[in-house]
Structure formats: C-alpha cells, structure tokens
Design a protein around this ligand. Structure first.
Ligand code: SF4
Length: 340
C-alpha cells in the first residue's frame, strides 16, 4: 500500500482550566483529544463521527496547528507539523484548508464574495496579478455552482447552502491537497445537506483531494467516506472501511451509533434493538478508568474497568479499541444497515 499523505500518531490536546473562588482554586485538566492515531491516503475521504464533546473539532484544529498539542505527531507528507515554527506552519497551510460548520458566521459580512474568495490568494501571493485573481475567483464560483454575476454581493444576500459553497470555494482557491470539513452540513436543511455532500464528493474526485469529513451523525458521513473513524471521549474507538462499519461494526459504541440513526421505515425501526446506553457520556473532565466506554457498554467485563484497550489493527485492516472485539458479533441486519 502507498504511504499516507497524513499520519496522526498518538495525538493529544489537554487543556488546563481552573475552578472555584479566589481562595480555593482547583486546577483541572480536560483531555479533549487523548491519543488519536490514524492514516489518511491521497484521494481518500475519512469520516470522523462522535457525540458532541468527543473531541472531533479539537482534533481538526490540532491537525492544522490551530491549537497547541500536548503530545503526539502530525506527519504531513512525512514532515512533523507539531515541531514547526509559526512561519513554516503558515506556509504549510496552503496545502491544508478547513471548511467550517456555520457557513454565514465563517464569512466576513463586510466583504464581497469576490474578496472573500480572493483573500487567501492575496495573503499567500501578495504580488499576484489582479487579472489572475479574477480568473481564479470566477473559476472557483463556477466550480462550486455559483454564478459570476453574484461576485459583488455580500454573504447576507445568500442562503445557508450558498454561503457554504462560498466557504468551499475559498478553501479550494489555493489548490490545497487536504480539506478538513468540520460539520459542514449540520447547520443546513436536510435537502441542502445532500447537495453540499454531493458537491464535496464530486470536487474530491475531480481534484483528487484528501478529505476529513466531521459529523455527529453516522448517516451524514456514509455517502462520502471511504473509511470512518468513530471517536469517544477524545479517543478513536474504531477506524474501519465504510461498508464494513455499517454492516458489522467492531466496537459496541459504533454498533450503538448505527442503531441510533433515525429511520423513516417503521418496520425497520421496530426491528432494531435498543442502543444499550444506560448512562450519559461521562464528562471529559473526569473520564472513567479502563475503557472510556465501559460505563455505557452492555458487554462490559471486569478487565474493561481496569485496562484501557489499545487501538489495534485486525487482519482485515480495520482498527478497533475493544478487549472483546473478536468474540462479539455486532452484525446489523441488511435492512437496518442500508437505512443507517
Ligand atoms: Fe465494552 Fe469492554 Fe469493549 Fe470497552 S473494552 S467497548 S467496555 S467490551
């Protein structure tokens, strides 16, 4: 197999916060990302899924060097980004861009669409000719399905879906090799979500981009991902091929997420078993010892409370962090898997 373009190894982001009054302050550590590892290959899309607070967005920012990491490495084309100085990292960002969750809030309301899309070009190539910028910006508008006669408008004149197209055009204007989409459709209506996912999928294929697509819902990442990583309390629980993950999850948490996807067909909904969650997700301030999922897992045994399961590779090439992965059969029925 070829070398990955991005290799994330044991990446951690821990924040220190203080609580209490002036006289009795207590320092606490929040482990937002706590030892995440995965590879991403050229032209591949990795979906990243997990509940709110599991560390998905912090992971995205840590990969791009937008937050300080506590340990681990981010190898982009073999170069460790976590040891670069600010200027070297800034240059690397040309190759790695991000699309944000809230399309309107992520665009400067005082700038025209032309200036929003052109800004990264002026920043990285200050001597670039105006005519070249105009040509590139118009090309980007066309590529994302917007009209050149909309270039002089402001973000508030566009719908949410159109604003996200502008955000995508801005992210693509520097010709990056990696795009991280941080919940790019969660603020949009369902019908618009499908349009944006299709657009990203087409662009990814056409431009041979590597994509990390973050969402809190497995059904959203399904149609765009080659592989999916499931996160829980700052850790990767499973990294598996898309088709395998929905049909035969390896981790009890993944299985619960697949079963929790709402389905329109009542017969399929009835055929599903309960997710098995008996507790809320523990606080990242106070994660449980042993397996982080053990307080909610229906298959917990004594070992799970004592030992953190390592993320390990199975013979099929998928990865899982569960002591009992080989002995559990978490297969999902064909009908239910198709609906997830
Ligand atoms: Fe459940 Fe134990 Fe596996 Fe954790 S290690 S997911 S508690 S069976």
């Amino acid at each position: 197999m070829s070398e990955p373009v991005l290799r994330v190894q044991d990446l951690a982001v821990h924040y220190e916060t203080s609580e209490g009054g002036l006289l009795r302050q207590r320092q606490r550590i929040i482990r937002a990302v706590n030892g995440v590892s995965f590879d991403l290959f050229a032209g591949e899309t990795l979906g990243v899924v997990g509940e709110s607070g599991c560390g998905k967005s912090t992971l995205a920012r840590a990969i791009l060097g937008l937050v300080k990491t506590s340990r681990g490495r981010v190898l982009w084309m073999g170069q460790d980004l976590t040891v670069l100085d600010e200027e070297s990292l800034r240059k690397k960002r040309k190759e790695m861009q991000i699309v944000f969750q809230d399309p309107l809030a992520s665009l400067n309301p005082r700038m025209t669409v032309r200036d929003i899309i052109a800004e990264p070009l002026w920043t990285f190539y200050p001597k670039i000719a105006r005519v070249q910028v105009e040509e590139r910006v118009r090309g980007m508008m066309k590529m994302v399905g917007l009209l050149p006669n909309q270039l002089n408008r402001y973000p508030h004149e566009f719908s949410g879906g159109q604003c996200q197209r502008i955000g995508i055009a801005r992210a693509l204007v520097l010709n990056p090799k990696l795009i991280i989409c941080d919940e790019p459709v969660s603020a949009l209506d369902v019908s618009i979500q499908a349009q944006i996912i299709n657009l990203l999928r087409d662009l990814q294929r056409k431009l041979q981009l590597s994509l990390i697509f973050i969402a809190h819902d497995l059904s959203v990442v399904r149609h765009i991902s080659d592989r999916v990583m499931v996160m829980y309390l700052g850790r990767g629980m499973e990294v598996a091929r898309q088709e395998a993950l929905y049909r035969k999850p390896l981790h009890p948490y993944t299985s619960a997420l697949v079963k929790a996807v709402p389905v329109p067909d009542p017969r399929v909904a009835r055929a599903r078993v309960e997710t098995g969650f008996t507790e809320d997700m523990p606080s990242p301030f106070d994660p449980p010892d042993g397996c982080p999922f053990h307080t909610r897992c229906p298959y917990v045994v004594k070992r799970c409370q004592l030992e953190v399961p390592a993320l390990r590779r199975l013979p099929e090439g998928d990865w899982v962090a569960c002591h009992r992965a080989e002995e559990l059969d978490l297969s999902i029925s064909r009908e239910a898997a198709a609906e997830a």
